[in-house]
Design a protein around this ligand. Sequence first.
Ligand code: ADP
Ligand code: MG
Length: 726
Amino acid sequence: MEEEESPATAIALREPPKIQRLEESVVNRIAAGEVIQRPVSAVKELVENSLDADSTSINVVVKDGGLKLIQVSDDGHGIRCEDLPILCERHTTSKLTNYEDLFSLSSMGFRGEALASMTYVAHVTVTTITKGQIHGYRVSYRDGVMENEPKACAAVKGTQIMVENLFYNMIARRKTLQNSADDYGKIVDLLSRMAIHHNKVSFSCRKHGAVKADVHSVVSSSRLDSIRSVYGVSVAKNLMKVEASSCESSGCNFDMDGFISNSNYVAKKIILVLFINDRLVECSALKRAIEIVYAATLPKASKPFVYMSINLPRDHVDINIHPTKKEVSLLNQEIIIEMIQSEVELKLRNANDTRTFQEQKVEYIQSTLTSLRSDPPVSPPPSGQKTQKVPVHKMVRTDSSDPAGRLHAFLQPKPNLPDKVSNLSVVRSSVRQRRNPKETADLSSVQELIAGVDSCCHPGLLETVRNCTYVGMADDVFALVQYNTHLYLANVVNLSKELMYQQTLRRFAHFNAIQLSDPAPLSELILLALKEEDLDPGNDQKDDLKERIAEMNTELLKEKAEMLEEYFSVYIDSNGNLSRLPVILDQYTPDMDRVPEFLLCLGNDVEWEDEKTCFQGVSAAIGNFYAMHPPLLPNPSGDGIRFYTKKNESSQENPDLGGNVEVEENLDQDLVSDAENAWAQREWSIQHVLFPSMRLFLKPPASMASNGTFVKVASLEKLYKIFERC
Ligand code: ADP
Ligand code: MG
C-alpha cells in the first residue's frame, strides 16, 4: 500500500525536520573552514600575527603545499605563559576590547579567530619565549584547547607556530587542494607582496628541506630596493613612482604612493600589490580602473606591475567585511579610485612623451614603410594576432590599439617639446577638486544635454573613432587616420570642439583647475577681441563704442562669476580679472591666444536666462576655446615663413654674407621659434591627447558623417589593386 502513495502526499505528510543545536565542534569547524580557506590563508594569518608582535624577521617553511606543514617563526615579543591556555580559544585576542576599537585599530588581527580556527582543522604547536625569560614553552592544541600543559623548552627570541596536517578532518577540501599544484606558489606570492610593503622586516619562505629560499628579502630603506630584491631587477628597472593625495576639504581624505611599470614592462598578467592602511587587500574596481588606463595609454604593456599603498583615516575603512579580511570597504571609494586613475594616466602619458621624444631624436629619416614600426624591443605581438592569417590586400601596417601615430617617425625632432610639456603641468594648479563623473550633473538640465549627446551618437562613426589609428596631419586642419583598410581625413578642429564640449558637460561642476600665472583683466581682453574682429581699425568713434561694449560685457560676466566658477571652474575675481580655467582633458591647456575671443563669446553669445540653454552655451564656448585650432601664428615650416620677415631692417646690413644667411638674418627668430613651438605643441596634443581621449570619450554626432568631418579618401584594397598594376 505504501508504494502507492503519490510523491505529493508524501511531502505533505512529512514531519517538519527538527531544529537542533549544532555541536560546538561542528560550528567551529564550519567557521574555521571559512577563515582558513586554503593553506595560504593560514600563512597570511600567521604572518600577520608575527607582524603584530613587532617582529623584524619572519621565516616560513612549507611542506606539501602547506597541507603537511606550515611553520612560521618570528622574533617578536612572544606570548606570555599564562596566556597559553586560552591562546587558541575562539575570540581570544590581545588586540581589541570593545567594538569601537575596530575603527582605531592599527593591528592586522582583531577577531581572535585565526589560531582557534587552525586548531579545528589542523594540529597546531606553539613554541614561544618572552623577553627576560630563560626558557620558552611549547604546547600543542586541538579543537581550541591545549592538549597538554605547556612544557618548558629551549627557545630563541619570539614565537614559532607549526600547523600540521591541515584539513585532516575535512576530506573533500583536502582532496581538492591535493589536486591543485599551486598552493606553494600562492604562498610565495603572498610573502613577496608582504615583503615589499613591510620593508623594515626581513622575510624568507622555503620548501621544507630546501636549501634555497624562494622569497628572501632583507631589511631595506628603499621600497624600490625591496621590490628589486623580491621581484628582480627586470621589474624594478621599469618602474615609475606615483603619488596622489587629497585633503579633508575635498570630501575625501587619502594618501597614495606607489610604483607602476612603464612601457618596457611586458607581462602576461597584471600584478597589483595593494595595501590599504598597511593591510594587504584586493580591490577589483581599482584593478579594473588601472587596467583600463594602461590599455588606453600603453596597449603593448597593458598588463602592468603596480604596487600601491593607500592610507586613509582609520574610521574611513571598514576592515570587517570579509572573513579573511581580504577585502575592505572604503568611504568615497569611487572618488579615490578615480583620482588614482587620473594620476596613473598622467604619469603614463608623460612617460610616453619622453619615449616618443627619444625616438624622434634619431638622426636619420627612416625610409621604408616597414621600418615605421618603432616597437620597443621586448614587446611581443599582441597575442591572438600573430597566428591569424590576413589576406595581403587587407594587411594593415598600423595598429589601432597603439594610440601613437606613425608619421612622426619621418619628422625632424622638435627639441623644445618636453620642456614645454612639463611647464604646462607646472602651470596647472595644485587645486585638485573632487571629481566623479557618476556624481556630476545632478542638475536635470545637464543630464538632458548629456542624453542629447548620447542619442545623437552615430554608431558607425563611434566604431571608427574607437578603433582608428592616427597617421599624421595632412594639413593644418585635417588628420589622416586609418580604420581597418580605409584611410580617412578627419577634421581635428571639429572633432576636438565636439570632444571638449562633451567633456565639459561630463565634468560639469567637477573640474580640476588651471591657474593662470597672472590674472588677466577681462575688459582689456574683450577690447582686444573686439579690435581683432574689426576690419576697419583706428576709427576713434568706434573705439569708444568698443570700450563701452567691453565694459558692459565685463560687468555681465562679473555678475555671472559665481555660477561660472561653481559649474565651470572659470574664475573671475571681483576686480574683473580672469584667473582660473577648467581642465577639460588632463594634459591639455588651451591656446591662451584665444582667451579674448572666448570671453567675448561668453559675453555675447550665451543665453543666460534659461538654465539648459545657458549651460549649453557656456559649454559650447568652452568647447570652441579648447578646440585644437591651428595656432594664430602662421606655420613657419611652409609658406608661412614669409610672415616672419623683419619689415624695417635693411637687407644691405650684411653685404658680405651669402644669400641664405641673409634670409635667416631677416627673420624674427624669436617669433619663428614661438610659432614653431605652438605648432609642434598642437601636433603633439593632437596625437597624444586628442586621439587617445577621443577613443575613450567621444560620442560622434551623426552630423559628422555628412558635414565633412570624416571623409574617406582611400581604401587599401583599391590602392593595392592600383599598385598591383604598376
Ligand atoms: P587576533 O590576531 O585576531 O588577535 P589570533 O587568533 O590570530 O587572533 O591570535 C590570538 C592572539 O595570540 C593574538 O591576539 C596575540 O596576542 C597572540 N599571538 C598570536 N600569534 C602571535 C605571535 N606570533 N607572537 C605573539 N603573539 C601572538
Ligand atoms: Mg591574528
